[in-house]
Design a protein around this ligand. Structure first.
Ligand code: B1H
Length: 840
């Protein structure tokens, strides 16, 4: 009868003050019912599943708060050095399960909910995930926040609280349709607004020189509008420790004074319109992955969050220091790609114009605090802002960039006299009919460290994209290979496998993923092997159920689950897998009694809404799916499934159920990849090219446990240099020709010969990503995959060895490398404040 008397004293000896902090099952239950009643205004009878999710979230949050405040007090008291991670994207995934696990309450929560006939997993499913990112870059930032807290490193993440995150994707008639992601609609228990730390951000106007009272020439920026930034704080709990770091996301609000001017003139409507205009800045995430869009609003977003963050960092620093002498000892700023690189000019502006630090000193500080991570070699992703647009929005920053450039190029001229080609390449300004500011160059010049995200990627940066900077400052370059958090991507997403590991090797692997290597000695243990197989089968059955529910397709859990989930991009070559499927289809049509290994092909991923070719590829895959699945001759062996709205939550269901992970990008194009790591960690085998982190994964798991195919980055380069003609491959390869011809004849478009024309033309006449050149190698390699899968015992061994050898790919390892080699930051353990906050 709790629902009628939420405050009735229980028979258990529980102190009232434990209600908000106590960790045993009884206090948790009381707190949960309290929150349901007093926050959601419901009792158990009236509560919707979402109410129950909210009540549980508040219960967990209350328990995080004590640690959170305490952590921040310790950081302040000890005046720690802190890592400030600046990222335009954080693809966090659902918060509740992760918070329960990290704070050590998962089992308790499950227990007390079960007593009430409620299922924890059902409640967790209610949460709408914060989709504040596009893909790997945003998810990496989220893994890094988790690892920083788990390693007890003082850190704060800064970013944007987009009102609309990445769009929701649905599939209509095979095409991607986008819907706005109204993720904040039902309230968000995981954020706390901090209006007291509001900051003002200026835009537009012009600059004026003046002589200060000391006779010094200075510049002031006379802006013509400004916007307010309100921080929203998200707790980032470490795994089973007492650290709770902060993710601080900024939301734009209109300034009132500016509106009042218009208001006074009587134009109320315009005053209100101006307000919405300012608030547009943090409305929506730009839905591009690996391509930049030179829109003014995007630059406004970038400057807005970076300026808010730097002002916040300086405010916090100055509350304990009276000058900037130790700024670079207390703060290190990591910029996640060039999206926050305007911060280099902004810190210079703040120091020189606002705090009157001399230029040389300011530049010394700036260079010491900033470090830059590059995430891509694709030229279409390199940010370049037209000088005119830039100067209109940020006139003072443009001046500062010109001054940085002038001094920088003087240095270069001294070291490389009479080398105007080099000067032109290194310049922060690209000359030409439309001058542009090169943000990657600004990031390189303004940082003390530059890193790529996998070995090959870093080598290619040095050799190609950033070669001139490497010639200048080789010591700035380092590699930090990406990693993923084993808490979310094994413990939370694959609880059965996690339990098996913990039973056999204890729980240390969760804090030290290298320990997972200890299962290697169990690879011949029959009980362990059959448990492993059983778990994979169960996970596949669960995914099959999901597929039945959402796609109305029945798939065979015993078939090989062959999966490619990631953003749609031509370089990732979803088409190559689609061509393999069509090849199998052709073979089966030719020879209906052909014995082939049954496969379930699963695709998922979003295309940028303006990327027509990627959208056509989605339509193509869905068209192949329709033909394959509805042909009884073929669908006995093969099924093709497109899972709509791929996101972190769906990823967590998919990785544990995978047999074969498709990592088939054109060599030299995928900077790292991180799904490759999450799949292998969950016991999938990889078919992949020598690209990104695939190379390192293959080295770790051993070449016998990895299906390698395709041209190397060097061979890709050479082939293109020689002159690549895709038509030659079409002419000389009968099976490839059959694939192309069937598509061309309308075999997957109800006879329509136009629908996929753009796709075929792009392959036949350009094939920028060498689908044709790698086709035969891929088909051959897939044959080896089928052979291996026929021998289930062999496959099982390979699966175990893949997981066992993935220890290196923990984001904890990545963060340790950043800490040691780039940040010089040390753990600051937080001691528990009171025994009450320890789980029972
Ligand atoms: C990655 C991006 C990216 N690289 C521009 N670059 C964007 C570039 O909105 N934009 O303008 C958005 C995203 N994303 C990915 O980063 C790489 O492709 C992956 O290979 C890598 O694993 C991931 C994390 O390093």
């Amino acid at each position: 009868d709790y629902q009628k008397h939420p405050h009735r004293t229980s028979e258990a000896a529980v102190q009232i003050e434990d209600d908000r902090t106590g960790m045993n099952v009884e206090t948790l239950r009381r707190a949960f019912l309290d929150n349901l009643y007093y926050i959601q205004g419901k009792d158990l009878q009236l509560a919707t599943p979402y109410d129950l999710y909210m009540a549980l979230s508040y219960t967990v949050r209350d328990r995080l708060l004590q640690r959170w405040l305490h952590t921040q007090e310790v950081y302040l008291q000890q005046d720690v050095r802190s890592v400030c991670y600046l990222s335009a994207e954080y693809l966090l995934g659902r918060q509740l399960g992760n918070a329960l696990i990290n704070v050590g309450l998962y089992e308790q929560a499950r227990a007390f909910l079960k007593e009430m006939n409620l299922d924890l997993r059902d409640l967790m499913e209610q949460e709408i995930e914060p989709g504040l990112g596009n893909g790997g870059l945003g998810r990496l930032a989220a893994c890094f926040m988790d690892s920083l807290a788990s390693l007890e490193i003082p850190a704060i993440g800064y970013g944007i609280r987009y009102e609309f995150g990445i769009f929701a994707q649905s599939i209509r008639d095979g095409w991607q349709v986008e819907q706005p992601d109204r993720w904040l609609r039902y309230g968000n228990p995981w954020e706390i607004p901090r209006p007291e730390y509001l900051v003002e951000v200026k835009f537009g106007g012009h600059t004026e020189g003046y002589i200060d009272p000391a006779g010094q020439y200075r510049v002031s920026w006379v802006n013509d509008r400004s916007v307010l930034g309100t921080p929203y704080d998200y707790p980032v709990p470490g795994y089973r420790n007492d650290t709770v770091n902060t993710l601080r996301l900024w939301s734009a609000r209109a300034t009132e004074d500016f509106n009042f001017q218009v208001f006074d003139s009587g134009d109320f409507a315009r005053a209100v319109a101006d307000k919405t205009y300012s608030e547009n800045i943090t409305k929506v995430l730009y839905p591009n992955d690996n391509t930049y869009q030179g829109r003014e609003l995007r630059l406004e977003q970038q400057y807005f969050f970076v300026s808010c963050s730097l002002q916040d960092i300086i405010r916090r620093y100055l509350s304990y220091h009276s000058d900037f002498e130790s700024f670079a000892d207390k703060v290190t700023l990591q910029i996640n790609d060039t999206h926050p690189s305007i911060g280099i000019a902004e810190l210079m502006r703040l120091l020189v114009d606002e705090y009157l630090v001399g230029w040389d000193k300011a530049w010394q500080i700036t260079r010491r605090v900033f470090a830059y991570t590059n995430h891509t070699l694709l030229s279409e992703a390199l940010e370049r802002w037209p000088v005119a647009l830039f100067g209109n929005l940020l006139p003072r920053h443009l001046e500062i960039i010109y001054e940085i450039n002038r001094r920088f190029l003087d240095e270069v001229r001294e070291r490389f006299p009479e080398d105007e080609g080099r000067i032109a390449r290194l310049s922060l300004i690209q000359e030409g009919s439309q001058k542009q500011v090169r943000m990657a160059n600004l990031a390189c010049v303004g940082s003390h460290a530059i890193n790529g995200v996998a070995q090959l990627h870093t080598e290619l940066l040095k050799k190609d994209v950033l070669a001139d900077f490497y010639a200048l400052w080789p010591e700035k370059f380092t590699n930090v290979t990406n990693g993923v958090t084993p808490r979310r991507f094994l413990l939370l997403s694959n609880p059965k496998l996690a339990l098996l590991l913990s039973e056999r090797i204890g729980q240390d692997w969760l804090k030290d993923l290298d320990q997972i290597g200890r299962i290697e000695s169990l690879v011949a243990d029959p009980a362990f092997r059959s448990a492993w197989q059983q778990i994979k089968d169960d996970n596949k059955r669960d995914l099959a159920e999901y597929i039945l529910q959402f796609n109305q397709i029945e798939v065979d859990p015993d078939s090989l689950f062959d999966i490619q989930v990631k953003r749609f991009h031509e370089y990732k070559r979803q088409l190559l897998l689609a061509f393999f499927i069509v090849t199998l289809y052709n073979r089966l049509k030719r020879q209906p009694d052909l014995e082939i290994v049954p496969r379930t092909f699963i695709f998922g991923g979003k295309s940028a809404p303006g990327y027509a070719m990627a959208k056509l590829i989605i339509k193509f895959i869905n068209s192949v799916a329709r033909v394959v699945n509805s042909d009884p001759q073929v669908s006995r062996h093969l099924k093709v499934v497109f899972l709509a709205n791929y996101n972190v939550s769906l990823a967590q269901r998919i990785y544990p159920a995978c047999d074969l992970s498709e990592q088939i990008s054109t060599a030299g194009k995928e900077a790292s990849g991180t799904s490759n790591m999450k799949f292998a960690l969950n016991g999938a085998l990889t078919i992949g090219t020598l690209d990104g982190a695939n190379i390192e994964i293959r080295e770790k798991v051993g070449p016998d446990n990895f299906f390698l195919f395709g041209l190397t980055a060097q061979q890709v380069y050479d082939l293109k240099a020689r002159g690549y003609n895709p038509r030659d491959y079409y002419d000389s390869n009968a099976e490839l020709r059959e694939v192309v011809d069937r598509i061309s004849a309308g075999g997957f478009s109800g006879g329509d010969t136009n629908l996929f024309r753009p796709l075929l033309d792009s392959l036949l006449y350009r094939d920028d990503y060498l689908v044709f050149a790698d086709y035969q190698a891929y088909i051959d390699c897939q044959e080896q995959v089928s052979q291996a899968f026929r021998d289930r015992e062999r496959w099982l061994t390979m699966s175990i060895l893949n997981s066992a050898r993935m220890g290196y790919f923990s984001s904890d390892r990545s963060i340790r490398e950043y800490s040691r080699n780039i940040w010089q930051s040390e753990p600051v353990p937080v001691e528990p404040e009171s025994p009450a906050i320890r789980p029972a």
